[in-house]
Design a protein around this ligand. Structure first.
Ligand code: AMP
Length: 510
């Protein structure tokens, strides 16, 4: 039985291999024939470099079609694809190469000199380069090779990829994802989101992260249709390309930036979205306000879903049925989701606790961290996500935030989302982030950072605190409110609360 994820994709490729797979913004086109040939050539090159089943191939390159073919080549060669955030520094790369011990490292042409010694120290056998325009030694050396490559047969729990989590505390952990993990999730999403024969995906996400690499690209490959491939998100270009697309996947900031763009007026937005079937959001919470505003502007209810690197996607709002703003919908088929207290005792509907999950999508553990892995799984196989949330009476899952962002003030649990929702609801506020900072009496004190709408500088700290008092118990009311022009976010649009905590660390220190 061939459990290789590439073989699964291949069963779904269009019979006519001239069908378009990927088009770049400068009009270059790759067809399914190219997907097979280029992934075959790259796989052959990896094999010639000694890459065998289970060997890691670490990759730190700009987004390009060739980087997708390299991912597929790794699958075909039975290797473990290990994409790295393009923002990582040399010191960080040294850690990842030392930890993962890849056989091959593919980097940007202009960082090859600087990283060669680092790779050699980590025992990497070969360094190749790949530039954003398809330049570099990888495509050059693969060019003359035979495109016929027999895809390596794998067991379903053989590794397909390792993705390092963007941990903000401690060492980054490598999440080990098997062919089955990725395949089962791709099949579930493809079905759940109703992919069909004429779908075209608008792809502007980075491809070193689960969202752009697996959620978006794997759905397209399973569908055997095309995608419009943008190197970066650019609101103007997105608006220009929307009329040629049917599905868009984005992080919440994509939607706020589209809404804020002068070309996205109600008339033009409606016209631009005429061919669109589905807008999907994930990787960070989508504000209910953004959901409503986008619907008013375009007529489309954004479908919000929830997942993480370790598990791929877990829940999704329905394709047919109500997409409720502020919720992440229902567990996907075959995915079990439950809410427990920190001792692992199950909680009922409507009760807030830690989200635990189980299913064929859940990863095999952290690379070379057996203790860490064991600590994050329950005895019955459920993975403790570290997200706090609840399941409401209708079965919709709500995410309240990360467990590490929970505030304990005067011995009481304070869920930042509850306070953020109250502040966000005030007239004149765009959004807010609530954090806990050390306090001599309370242990932690609740502090809010808010963004005001343009022209609303009159809205002051005292007014927000007074409004919060109307709605919240005293221990939840922010002790201080600060104003900012923007919230610190990472590339996936997540608010970096650790940065805010650091900023206000000494606020109550005497
Ligand atoms: P990552 O591993 O980088 O994909 O981050 C996963 C984390 O992002 C999850 O554990 C959640 O905390 C958060 N996340 C993902 N999707 C959502 C969502 N729709 N709403 C709220 N948080 C989300």
């Amino acid at each position: 039985m061939d459990n290789n994820l590439f073989s699964l994709f291949r069963t779904r490729f269009p019979a006519d291999r001239e069908v378009s797979f990927l088009e770049t913004e400068d009009g270059r086109l790759w067809r399914y024939r190219d997907v097979e040939d280029l992934s075959g050539r790259y796989a052959r090159l990896l094999a010639e470099l000694g890459v065998a089943k289970g060997d890691r191939v670490a990759v730190q390159v700009e987004k390009s079609p060739e980087a997708i073919f390299l991912y597929l080549a790794c699958l075909r060669a039975g290797a473990v694809f290990l994409p790295l955030n393009t923002g990582y520094t040399r010191a960080e790369i040294a850690y990842f190469l030392g930890d993962a011990e890849p056989r091959v490292f593919v980097c940007r042409p202009d960082s090859a000199d600087a990283l060669a010694a680092t790779a050699a120290e980590a025992g990497v056998a070969a360094v190749l380069t790949l530039g954003e325009h398809g330049d570099g030694t990888l495509p050059a050396r693969a060019a003359g090779l035979d495109p016929e490559f027999p895809t390596v047969t794998v067991a379903d729990d053989d590794l397909a990829a390792i993705l390092y989590t963007s941990g903000t505390t401690g060492r980054s952990k490598g999440a080990m994802l098997s062919h089955r993990n990725l395949g089962s999730n791709a099949l579930a999403l493809h079905r759940f989101w109703g992919f069909c024969a004429d779908d075209v995906l608008l792809h502007a996400l980075p491809i070193y992260h689960t969202h752009g690499l697996f959620v978006a690209t794997n759905c397209v490959l399973l569908n055997g249709t095309g995608m419009l491939f943008l190197r970066h998100f650019d609101a103007r270009r997105m608006i220009a390309l929307l009329p040629r697309a049917t599905v868009m996947m984005g992080v919440p900031t994509f939607y706020t930036r589209l809404l804020g763009h002068p070309d996205f007026t109600p008339e033009r937005a409606a016209a631009a979205c005429r061919s669109m079937r589905l807008f999907i959001s994930g990787s960070a919470p989508l504000l209910a306000d953004t959901h409503r505003e986008f619907r008013a502007r375009t007529g489309h209810a954004i479908l919000e879903r929830y997942g993480m690197t370790e598990t791929s996607m877990l829940t999704s709002n329905p394709l047919d049925g109500e997409r409720i703003p502020g919720t992440v919908g229902f567990p996907l088929p075959e995915v079990e989701v439950r809410v427990a207290d920190d001792q692992g005792r199950l909680l009922g509907r409507g009760e807030t606790g830690v989200i635990e999950v189980r299913g064929p999508n859940v990863f095999k553990g952290y690379w070379r961290m057996p203790e860490k892995t064991a600590a994050e799984f329950r005895a019955d196989g459920f993975f403790i996500t570290g997200d706090i949330g609840l399941i409401d009476q209708l079965g919709y899952v709500h995410i309240v935030g990360r467990a590490k962002d929970l505030i304990i003030s005067g011995g009481f649990n304070v869920y930042p989302k509850e306070i953020e929702t109250v502040i966000d609801g005030l007239d004149g506020i765009v959004e807010s982030a609530v954090i806990g900072v050390p306090h001599p009496d309370f242990g932690e004190a609740v502090v809010a950072v808010a963004l005001r709408r343009a022209g609303r500088d009159d809205l002051c700290e005292a007014a927000i605190i007074a409004a919060a008092r109307q709605e919240l118990a005293a221990f939840k009311v922010p002790k201080r409110v600060f104003f900012a022009d923007e919230l610190p976010r990472n590339t996936m649009g997540k608010v970096q609360k650790n940065v805010l905590r650091e900023r206000y660390r000494d606020l109550f220190r005497t």
